[in-house]
Design a protein around this ligand. Structure first.
Ligand code: FCB
Length: 448
């Protein structure tokens, strides 16, 4: 038996996002976001699912916080629905929306749980999308206004903030691959959106320093890991290109103040041009306090002429996948983390998301999700190895507290450590909840 033991400094958490859990889509002055529009357009989301009710957490947040409390987490990462607090996208605040988050924050603090707020977890107000959304630089200004308003409202109590969740998904997955809202398939749009998201991040960081000088702020890019299939130069190159797209494109501007030249040229060959205005890169590359990393999957990568823009074909390493079809590659987590330190230096990191999709149901009042426990053990072991290798890890935040609306996959795909019945909204703690609780309590777990 091997014991993996963490130091007391590591903070533990659980995460959710507004559109995925809140529901109450038409209540108390919330206006539609791009995810309301997208999910209500037939063909976009499996089974025609949408977030109108989701987990009904808007009404059940006290119960959810009770689950967090008993879990023993140090922090709860949630996101604010922009269109709930600022229905026009800019301008006046919706008091009822603001009051909801105020109560949520108070309830967390009363239970000694630190709130960590994500400002943008993909639910752009539809009214801004109607004016071009993230393709339009005006949305950068709108985001700054929204961010400032939130810092002013909540910055006194909330000290940990994340500007943008997974800018790769919000740009390329949503505007080039067309899989997420707003569902475009236009490389130029995606390149514009990626740069505007990062610029908006920079604007928010700038305001944060003035309004919440004693707080910490970062962003949460997602990365996977592509391990070259062979020593063949072509395979090595294909993986490098694949990683450039996920990693360097979204991290070089922040930590080095430039975009990777190779990718700029590759996009240009497809007639998509990076348009940078004066001052953008200075804004984007302002120092941040931590990097949030969302890690789920990785695989081997092999050069393949017809495999998309980057000509990299992904081959699962050992053929095990979670129920969403993502290959399990825990070693890639270790590799990604140590590689980040090598590339960008000693930046403090929160693992802002890590977890697994398994669709177990409730049987005799129990949810036996041993596979999720195994996944968490493997990934926490990789995290432990990364800490031993000198990577500064501030915290680990599991995705997700609750089964929820899994974007284009709807409600079928379950990531929670708590099961949710989407008809009755009943919550049932899974075995993984109890395993995680025990791990947090003891700061260690055993591998047998
Ligand atoms: C990430 C998202 C999160 C959730 C997980 C499974 O890409 O940030 O909202 O859907 O994947």
């Amino acid at each position: 038996m091997t014991t993996i033991e963490f130091s007391n400094e590591l903070k533990w958490g659980a995460a959710t996002a507004s559109y995925q859990i809140e529901g109450a889509a038409h209540e108390d002055g919330r206006s539609p976001s791009i995810w309301d529009t997208f999910s209500h357009t037939p063909g976009n989301v499996k089974n025609g699912d949408h977030g109108d009710q989701a987990c009904n957490s808007y009404h059940l947040y006290k119960e959810d916080i009770q689950h967090l409390k008993e879990l023993g987490v140090d922090l709860y990462r949630f996101s604010i629905s922009w269109s709930r607090v600022m229905p026009e996208g800019t301008g006046s605040l919706n008091e009822k929306g603001v009051a909801y988050y105020r109560s949520l924050i108070e309830e967390l603090l009363n239970h000694n749980i630190k709130p960590m707020i994500t400002l943008y977890h993909w639910d752009l107000p539809q009214t801004l999308q109607d004016r071009g959304g993230w393709e339009n630089r005006a949305t950068i200004v709108a985001f700054e206004e929204y961010a400032e308003a939130m810092f002013k409202e909540f910055g006194g109590q909330v000290k940990s903030w994340i500007t943008i969740n997974e800018p790769w998904c919000a740009s390329f997955l949503s505007n080039y691959l067309g899989i997420h809202a707003p569902g475009k398939k236009d490389l130029q749009a995606a390149v514009d959106v990626s740069h505007h998201l990062l610029t908006a991040h920079g604007k928010a960081v700038q305001s944060f320093r003035e309004i919440v000088p004693d707080g910490e702020i970062g962003y949460a890019p997602n990365i996977g890991w592509l391990e070259p299939f062979s020593a063949d130069v072509e395979d090595q190159d294909a993986c490098r290109r694949g990683m450039l797209w996920q990693k360097e494109w979204f991290m070089d501007p922040v930590f080095k103040g430039s975009y990777p030249e190779e990718l700029i040229l590759l996009f240009e060959k497809q007639n998509a041009f990076l348009k940078i205005e004066e001052g953008d890169l200075e804004l984007i590359s302002q120092p941040i306090d931590f990097m949030g990393i969302n890690y789920y999957t990785g695989s081997l990568g092999r050069h393949q002429e017809n495999a998309g823009l980057f000509q990299v074909e992904e081959i699962p390493l050992d053929y095990r996948q979670t129920d969403i079809g993502w290959p399990i590659y825990a070693d890639g987590f270790y590799k990604a983390l140590t590689d980040l330190k090598e590339t960008y230096g000693d930046i403090p990191i929160y693992i802002t998301e890590n977890g697994a999709c398994y669709n177990h149901g409730v049987e005799d009042g129990k949810v036996n999700d041993q596979e999720r426990i195994d996944y968490l053990k493997q990934h926490l072991t990789s995290l432990y190895r990364a800490i031993k290798a000198g990577v500064s890890i501030k915290g680990y935040i599991v995705w997700s507290l609750l089964d929820n609306f899994e974007w284009a996959e709807g409600y079928e795909k379950r990531f929670g450590i708590i099961h949710v019945n989407f008809e009755t909204f009943e919550r049932t703690r899974k075995e993984s909840y109890y395993w995680y609780k025990n791990t947090i309590e003891k700061q260690r777990f055993e591998i047998t």
